[in-house]
Design a binder for this molecule. Structure first.
Ligand SMILES: Nc1ncnc2c1ncn2[C@@H]1O[C@H](COP(=O)(O)OP(=O)(O)OP(=O)(O)O)[C@@H](O)[C@H]1O
Length: 257
């Protein structure tokens, strides 16, 4: 199917199973939140889905290309349809917002152009359009490390847009942001998913953000999917079981439980 499909994913680390048969799917335009206690395997799942780690078993399919069946150049090509956003705003700090967005087009131009950062006009227009879409056109020439955390995360989203990604994997993208800024970034993520038909899998520590912005919520516990539900069906009991009574951020406890 289009979007993301994960089937029977297994991964061990240091001789210990970390993912034990994970099945999940994210349709184009859908935002699926991944919740789970520390050590549940969220980052490992993301790395296997992104093709950064090879799973021990199972299948990962992105936009009809089975990443787990590919190697070399075809794998590199398929991985370009996967955009990554991390908690620590993975931007090139000394480059401008515009250059960071253009990095999403690097794979489309010859090496000499990339070395000189000479992008075709169409790419520059697309990058400026993406910055405009995330509300940062006026910061196009500002250095990335002069931007606020929320602005940096918006630049990362603009880069995903020009990358023409089919799947966006966002690992704790709002963990370093204050609640209001975090909600703004999550709302934007949701809008972009719908507009572009982007499948979004987002891991979150903040339960309230997951319930407010996701179409579906997955609970990951000890390397297995414990539940896969629309937000309205995620009860306090399910959350308590998932987190073992630990780790719920205060705002979430007040708002949800
Ligand atoms: N390189 C590694 N070598 C050995 N064990 C590892 C390695 N990376 C992760 N692990 C173990 O795998 C398990 C899952 O780790 P992972 O980082 O995927 O969890 P997580 O759900 O993302 O946790 P957190 O929310 O704290 O980031 C943990 O028990 C961790 O100690």
């Amino acid at each position: 199917m289009s979007g993301l499909s994960v089937h029977a994913l297994h991964k061990a680390r240091g001789g210990r199973p970390v993912l034990s048969g994970v099945d999940l799917a994210v349709r184009p335009g859908e935002v699926v939140a991944l919740l789970g206690p520390s050590g549940a395997g969220k980052t490992t799942l993301f790395r296997c889905v992104a093709g950064l780690d090879a799973p021990d078993g199972g299948r990962v399919t992105v936009d009809r290309a089975e990443l787990t069946a590919l190697a070399g150049r075809p794998l590199a090509q398929a991985r370009r349809r996967v955009a990554l956003v991390y908690q620590q705003f993975n931007l090139l700090r000394r480059l401008s917002a515009l250059d960071n967005v253009l990095a999403g087009r690097l794979h489309t131009i010859p090496l000499w152009r990339a070395a000189l950062r000479r992008f075709p006009d169409a790419d520059r227009q697309a990058a400026l359009g993406a910055l405009d879409r995330v509300g940062l056109l006026d910061k196009a020439y500002a250095r990335a490390d002069r931007l606020s955390g929320g602005q940096q995360q918006r630049v990362a989203l603009a880069r995903a847009l020009v990358q023409d990604a089919a799947l966006l994997l966002a690992d704790e993208p709002v963990a370093s942001l204050d609640p209001e800024t975090a909600s703004g970034v999550m709302a934007l993520l949701r809008e972009l998913a719908a507009e572009r038909g982007l499948a979004v899998l987002v891991s979150l520590h903040q339960v309230d953000q997951a319930l407010a912005f996701a179409d579906r919520v997955l609970g990951l516990s000890a390397g297995r999917i414990a539940f896969d539900l629309p937000p309205a069906a995620v009860t306090p009991d399910r959350l308590r079981t998932l987190f073992g009574g630990r780790e719920l951020p205060v705002a979430s406890v007040v708002g949800v439980i």
